[in-house]
Write a protein that binds this ligand. Structure first.
Ligand code: PEP
Ligand code: MG
Length: 575
């Protein structure tokens, strides 16, 4: 990444992107450096000058040692997972086998960067073949390579920098491995130039209540240390805010805190219940909900447990993780567990074996039962064991169901495993249109509006530039939500929403009006949704749903619904 400060946006510039959540934050920028693109035959540099050939081995040794020391020092100052990730990477940089093989090649006349690339390539192949724990270390290995190459080329260390003070982290995009090395407690906000509002970074930010703006054009030109104001509600990043802008943001932050003080169950002004649930990805997420005003978990994305692995976790390992989640929520709050949703935007080495031209339309989600049925049976066995151990029965749902027959087969598998409550996600238009028939087979459905928008609008959810088409306010997407809700009402069964649209307070009113019975979202989004519901009756929500359905496009829909808002609610929500 260039550090060309002359291109940095001037004070007062507003960068626009897509906001995640509603929170605001002000702080200094810390930039994530991408891996350097250094050619294999690049000279080794010291203080900007090429190192004489006889001294190259020493420079290589010094680069490895420098990387190990820096990582260890960073690990010592961190805690938990971050310290573990950094410590494991430091050990790899210290590994004599790796360093000595590079030195042997350098001794044989190979350029240092090419030698490092070749040796790391061999080690990575070996680790991948060994599988299990070693295979998981390939990311660390590549991170060591990138860091050593950067030192040899005289470039700044790549990857996530150490956060010494609360900071706004700015990146082109963040890989899952980057996020694992990020000390979230010191992240005031995340800003990315790429990525989409339903991508990995956005989901992590949402789950941790961190304000986030993705697709913020110009963000990577921000200079290190520049103070910026991130407003996730507005989707903006203001460069060097003046006193007035800071005061306005402080007022917004205070209003958000006031909304958070209400802890009652979700309901409209006239008492129509709409359960407010949380989306989680890990047992740690569940544990953070222990004392929170959340009625349960509406979506546990179990694939987080499987990501980055070469083999599926064992039934024992899965059962332990699921039991932790069930215990954290306790006996009185429901937990909806989604079975593995691998493929497309969440590829898994052991599940998605055949390369596909159109992975989003391929063997993904529940369809993996065709090629790898053990993944499902093992997962259900682990869930049943966790249920028996904790005395809390999870609700279990399958992703990417297209037909009533798939729903039936899934429900049979769930019940055969000894689990009682089976549901499916409605993410494919076919399932929405036939929701009544699907609900004859299962106990509940949950609308995944992220994928439903993708498949309704034929717009890849990973392509941020199609964000206008991926909008859940598209009337066509809302028609499918309405069809699903009608199916639910006919069958007398619950219809939830667990896509990102549930976290938009304005949309939450529309969804309630359409007949949705629960909304599941990142916990940080919940207070504003609770507040919006409480300020409107069910009849008002229905009128809003009619207005959104009748609108020509998303902007008109939002405007029509905003016009129907209670004026006080409108002011408090900043709409
Ligand atoms: C969705 O598609 O809306 C959903 C909730 O699932 P995911 O985002 O994990 O694909
Ligand atoms: Mg989905």
């Amino acid at each position: 990444m260039s550090t060309d400060v002359s291109a940095a946006p001037a004070p007062g510039t507003v960068l626009h992107g897509a906001g995640v959540g509603r929170r605001v934050a002000v702080g200094p920028v810390v930039r994530v450096q991408p891996a350097p693109a250094v050619p294999g035959d690049a000279p080794v540099l010291r203080d900007g000058a090429p190192v004489p050939e006889p001294e190259v081995p020493d420079a290589v040794r010094a680069a490895f040692a420098g990387v190990a020391d820096a990582l260890r020092a960073q690990a010592d100052r961190s805690s938990g997972t971050v310290a573990e990730v950094l410590g494991a990477t430091a050990m790899m940089a210290d590994d004599p086998a790796l360093r000595d093989q590079v030195l042997a090649r350098v001794g044989g006349g190979e350029p240092a960067v090419a030698a490092l690339d070749a040796v790391v390539g061999q080690f990575a192949a070996m680790f991948e073949q060994a599988g299990g724990y070693l295979a998981e270390r390939v990311t660390d290995l590549r991170s060591v390579r990138d860091r050593v190459v950067a030192r040899l080329a005289g470039l700044p260390d790549p990857g996530v920098p150490e956060l010494r003070e609360p900071s706004v982290v700015v990146a082109r995009d963040l890989a899952p491995a980057d996020t694992a090395a990020l000390d979230l407690a010191r992240v005031l906000a995340l800003v990315t130039e790429e990525g989409g509002p339903t991508g990995h970074t956005a989901i992590i930010a949402g789950q941790n209540g961190i304000p986030c703006v993705v697709r913020a054009t110009g963000a990577t030109a921000l200079a290190e240390g520049t103070v910026v104001a991130v407003d996730a509600g507005a989707g903006t990043v203001l460069v060097e805010p003046d006193e007035a802008a800071r005061a306005a943001l402080d007022a917004r932050a205070a209003a958000e805190r006031a909304l958070e003080a209400d802890t009652a169950p979700g309901a409209t002004a006239d008492g129509h219940a709409v359960a407010l649930l949380a989306n989680i990805g890990t047992a740690e997420d569940a544990e953070r909900l222990a004392g929170a005003a959340v009625e349960g978990v509406g979506l546990f994305r179990t694939e987080v447990l499987f990501l980055g692995r070469q083999q599926a976790p064992t039934v024992d390992e899965q059962a332990a993780a699921y039991a932790r989640v069930l215990r954290a929520l306790g006996p009185d709050r429901k937990v909806v567990v989604r079975t593995l949703d691998a493929g497309a935007d969440k590829p898994l080495a052991f599940a998605n074996l055949t390369p596909e031209e159109n992975p989003a339309l391929g063997v993904r989600g529940y369809r993996l039962v065709r090629s790898a049925p053990d993944l499902l049976t093992d997962q259900l066995a682990a869930l049943a064991r966790a249920g028996a151990e904790t005395g809390t029965q999870p609700w279990v749902m399958a992703p990417m169901i297209a037909t009533p027959a798939e729903a039936r087969a899934f429900a049979e598998a769930v019940r055969a495993a000894g689990l009682r409550t089976a549901g499916v996600m409605v993410e494919v238009p076919a399932a929405a249109l036939r929701a009544g028939a699907v609900l004859e087979e299962v106990d509940f459905v949950s609308l995944g509006t992220n994928d439903l928008a993708q498949y309704t609008m034929a717009a890849d959810r990973l392509r941020g530039e199609l964000v206008d088409l991926l909008d859940a306010w598209q009337p066509a997407v809302l028609e499918l939500v309405a069809a699903t809700a009608r199916g639910g009402a006919g069958a007398g069964r619950p219809v939830g929403v667990c896509g990102e649209s549930a976290s938009d307070p304005l949309m939450a009113l529309v969804l309630a009006g359409l007949g949705v019975t629960s909304l599941s979202m990142s916990p940080a989004a919940l207070p504003a949704v609770r507040f919006a519901l409480r300020r409107h009756t069910l009849a008002e929500c229905r009128a809003m749903a009619d207005a959104a359905l009748a609108a020509a496009d998303p902007a008109a829909g939002r405007a029509a619904v905003t016009a129907l808002l209670d004026p006080e609610a409108r002011a408090a929500l900043g709409l």
